[in-house]
Structures are given as structure tokens and as C-alpha cells.
Design a protein. Structure first.
Length: 134
């Protein structure tokens, strides 16, 4: 579903039973593309929807909202932010900077949650999957 040489990114989310939104790094120019992937057939087909700004890459899961927006955690190696786009038009709508390294995301009852690495590690420790830090 990706052309040879392109690397799957860190963001993936289901839109519905037929479509996924995902990111990948282009082998041509190194930019991070946000794409729509149709997984309904025997072979998945991917369509680029938009490209993240130059130098920025995704850091973890994106969220697809009921309003057709995608919220993606991004970084350029210095700045960390959440970017919001209209998924179908690719229109950039919002950016908010953060100090967190977000790796996971989920929505519950219309509220979007982003999980940073340290919070996830504490959760795994609490349920006994990872040994507590000394």
C-alpha cells in the first residue's frame, strides 16, 4: 500500500471499517505525508491528503474526530506541538505547543486524550506489566 522506499510513520487511526488515516515518510523528499488508506479490498490503496510542514514529523498516534478533523502530535526536534487539520481538505486549522512527548491517543465520550511516554510507563507499572522504578 506504500510505494517501495517509503517508511510508515508513527500515526495511525481508524476512520471507519473501510478507511485508515496514517502517516509515512516520503522516500523522495523526506517529508511526512498524511494519507487515507482504503483497506476494503484485497490490496490496500493509499491517497496523500496533505504534507506536514517542512522539518516536522509525527511523534505518535493521531485522532480522527467526529467533525472530520485530525489532531497529530508533531516535532521538528525542538518544538513539540499538536496540529489540527481538516482531513479531507488538508487545511491547517490549529497548533498548540507542548512540553510532552506524546506517543498514544484515544477518545472517550467526545474527549480527546494524548498520552506521553512517562504517563504510559506509570500506567504499565501500576498494572504490573513493567517493574517499578527504584
Amino acid at each position: 500500500f506504500l510505494q517501495s522506499g517509503n517508511a510508515l510513520g508513527r500515526s495511525l487511526t481508524a476512520i471507519n471499517d473501510r478507511y485508515l488515516a496514517l502517516t509515512y515518510v516520503s522516500s523522495v523528499d523526506g517529508s511526512t505525508k498524511v494519507a487515507l488508506c482504503d483497506v476494503s479490498g484485497l490490496t490496500a490503496n493509499t491517497t496523500v491528503m496533505f504534507t506536514l510542514p517542512s522539518g516536522f514529523s509525527d511523534t505518535g498516534d493521531m485522532i480522527y474526530t467526529t467533525q472530520g478533523k485530525v489532531i497529530i502530535p508533531v516535532t521538528d526536534g525542538i518544538t513539540k506541538a499538536l496540529y489540527q487539520y481538516d482531513f479531507l481538505s488538508g487545511t491547517f486549522e490549529y497548533s498548540g505547543t507542548t512540553t510532552k512527548d506524546f506517543h498514544g491517543a484515544f477518545a472517550n465520550n467526545g474527549i480527546n486524550y494524548f498520552i506521553d511516554f512517562n504517563s504510559f510507563r506509570r500506567f504499565l507499572q501500576a498494572i504490573g506489566v513493567v517493574e517499578p522504578d527504584d
